[in-house]
Write a protein of this length. Structure first.
Length: 364
């Protein structure tokens, strides 16, 4: 008889340029976990959708098989299949969705459609049992920037979101301007360590001291103006850019992090919630984590105990474990997807309500 805690959930993630699979047992222990990043996009300085879809198609079987082997189980042992159905690159998403539907049908197993960003929301709790609601969630990735008040799993108040570029996209574009490799986030962070953020002062878009909660821009983000400011700065620097690159990177990172942390602190003040959870690829940025830790302790508001929770680097990036965890939650709520369920490049965040326009939220 198997000693594994049931049910076993296999999570599959193919929304962008990582092919990832993981097996989770009934106690939410990660039994097998594989992430295969695609390096083909480095040549182009960004993800090429057609190449991403082809790479997923070529590697999905081997990635799942390796995850199963590490977990010590067979495909037939899996009780529930979960997969990212959106948002993301439609061709890439379809690879994972079609694979999952076919296997679930062949084995007569249920499968669960997972929202990619809800997956990121569940990532930290896989390693940190304290990352439980209620909390303020800052979800920052290459395609999304969201500020949520999470009162319970599945119940999300949308406080703010980006009005144009996502934080991760801005990091990638700035890295390209500085001649750094893709992906841009780690490259900018690395070179910024040798820079002085005060050498070149950059704007903090949509962040003003006199804003109130009634202001539509109170919680929202915008990074296009910051990106334009970096373009103007690099043009002005001209031939001296190579010497100034660390300082430009440090100034950009400092500005972006300042906006992200400041908006999160606003949410803490208004809700009275002292717990913060960081999710998404940009949450792996060391400067963001350190500034969030430092500034929440200086917060002039009554929130009770204050803490910041985030996943390890491995679970901050796109991965199958977070998808499996979100799939388990949805399955335990009685949800499963029909065989005609499709992938969607744009997909509504489940359980999301608008709490951003002066709505009074409950205290924790």
């Amino acid at each position: 008889m198997s000693l594994l805690s049931r049910p076993l959930v296999l999570g599959l993630e193919t929304s962008c340029d990582e092919t990832a699979a993981a097996v989770l047992d009934g106690d939410n222990r990660i039994l097998g976990h594989v992430i295969l990043s695609q390096d083909v996009h480095e040549v182009y300085g960004g993800v090429v959708p057609e190449l991403a879809a082809r790479a997923h198609l070529q590697k999905v079987d081997s990635v799942v098989n390796e995850a199963l082997e590490r977990a010590g189980v067979a495909l037939e042992d899996v009780d529930v299949f979960g997969v990212t159905t959106g948002p993301g690159l439609i061709g890439a998403l379809l690879v994972g969705v079609c694979w999952t539907k076919a296997v679930a049908w062949a084995l007569d197993r249920p499968w669960v459609a997972v929202h990619h960003m809800e997956g990121h929301l569940f990532g930290p709790v896989l390693e940190d049992p304290q990352a439980e609601p209620p909390f303020i969630a800052l979800l920052v990735s290459g395609g999304h920037t969201l500020l949520l008040y999470v009162t319970a799993w599945g119940e999300y108040e949308l406080l703010g979101k980006t009005r144009d570029d996502a934080a991760g996209e801005a990091f990638d574009k700035v890295a390209k301007l500085l001649g750094l490799p893709y992906p841009g986030g780690p490259a900018v962070q690395r070179i910024a360590e040798d820079g002085d953020p005060e050498r070149h002062r950059l704007p903090r878009p949509m962040l003003r001291r006199n804003q109130t909660v009634e202001d539509p821009a109170f919680y929202d983000f915008s990074f296009s103006g910051l990106k334009t400011a970096v373009i103007d700065l690099t043009t002005k620097l001209g031939d001296s850019l190579s010497d100034e690159a660390p300082h430009v990177a440090a100034a950009f990172q400092d500005a972006a992090v300042d906006v992200l942390v400041s908006k999160t602190l606003r949410a803490m003040r208004e809700t009275g919630c002292g717990r913060v959870v960081l999710g998404g690829g940009v949450s792996a940025n060391v400067h963001l984590r350190q500034e969030m830790e430092r500034r929440i302790q200086e917060l002039d508001a009554e929130t009770g105990p204050r803490s910041v929770h985030h996943a390890s680097l491995r679970l901050s990036l796109d991965n199958g474990a977070m998808i499996a965890r979100a799939a388990r939650f949805r399955f335990e709520k009685g949800e499963s997807a029909p065989l005609d369920q499709n992938a969607w490049a744009s997909l509504d965040f489940p359980g999301l309500r608008d709490g951003s326009r002066g709505i009074t939220l409950p205290k924790t």
